[in-house]
Design a protein. Sequence first.
Length: 362
Amino acid sequence: MQAKNSKIYTVCRNIFGKNLSPEHKLFLWVGGISMVICFGAGVANYIVHRMLIYLIAPTINMLINAGCVVCATIEKKWKPFAIVSVFSTVMLWLPSLWVSCGGMRGAVLPFAMLMGIVAVSILSGKTRVFAVSLIAAEAITFIFLEYYIPDIYVPFENRSIEYYNILISVVFSFAASAGLMAQVLHNYNKAKTQTEMLIVELERASLTDPLTGVSNRRFLTACLDEEMRKAYDSGDALSVCILDVDFFKKINDTHGHPYGDVVLIGISDTIKASLGENEVFGRYGGEEFLIILKNSRLIDAAKIVEKTCAAVSAVVWEHGEPVTLSAGLAGYSKGITYSSFLKTADENLYRAKQGGRNRVVM
């Protein structure tokens, strides 16, 4: 029995909750509320008037709303059925409610306001403007008709029934409006959270190298510029290192570019694991990597980079040969420009390659 109930719950969740837009869910909620209100109004009309004719409009409108909810669920689209539901309620049920329940002294005014909120919440564009205008025009028409033709609506039998009707309609419309607004705010907050998460993810992706998952050149450039500014203000030490994979073209030509990508990923993971919190590391481009060593003088930075290069050369690769790195180091001096700082590191990298590779030059 429990398994059967679980299966029914899963089916209902898949039909009404899964893969539905917030607007679609909102319409299903509104449709359900409309059916409850129509049913309650029909029963109340019959109790007061004891005439089946007063059940016709609420029943028809309830069936229309039920049909719209079912069709929206089956067809997986909600807009046309939302339009039918709203205009059916406005054109059929509100006039019937006004005639049968004491005119403007009855339930029509609070429910007209509720329908205005519904129209604003689930409709859009010109359809929304037309629906709201229609509800306002309908209410104004009721007021004028009631003023000039007092006998056009069915009055309440006594004062008690009138006030009970007003009380019930106000409470019901207020509760429905509050629930509707709560659902709208929930959808808004959910969409806002998803948007914020997407922005963070897009920002992270824009600063991350897609192959290796480490920081990209854009992030490294901004970070180095910021660290140079801090070093200028505080006088703290700062070093930068450019590393290049030795004979990487040979690896690509011999074993293929997919394997070359595997090597770059492995090198990135190894370098990242060997560095501490004071080092910022990323892929500078191609087979070149860059390390920003904060609070590190040149001699200390060289020791860190040598340890890193040794970790990479110790990795065992599928092709059976070690992969080594050449590194060029530069130390920050107050007043040096960004381009000069990197140029010094790049020139030292060139010297490392000219000197036989697999070494650190500063």
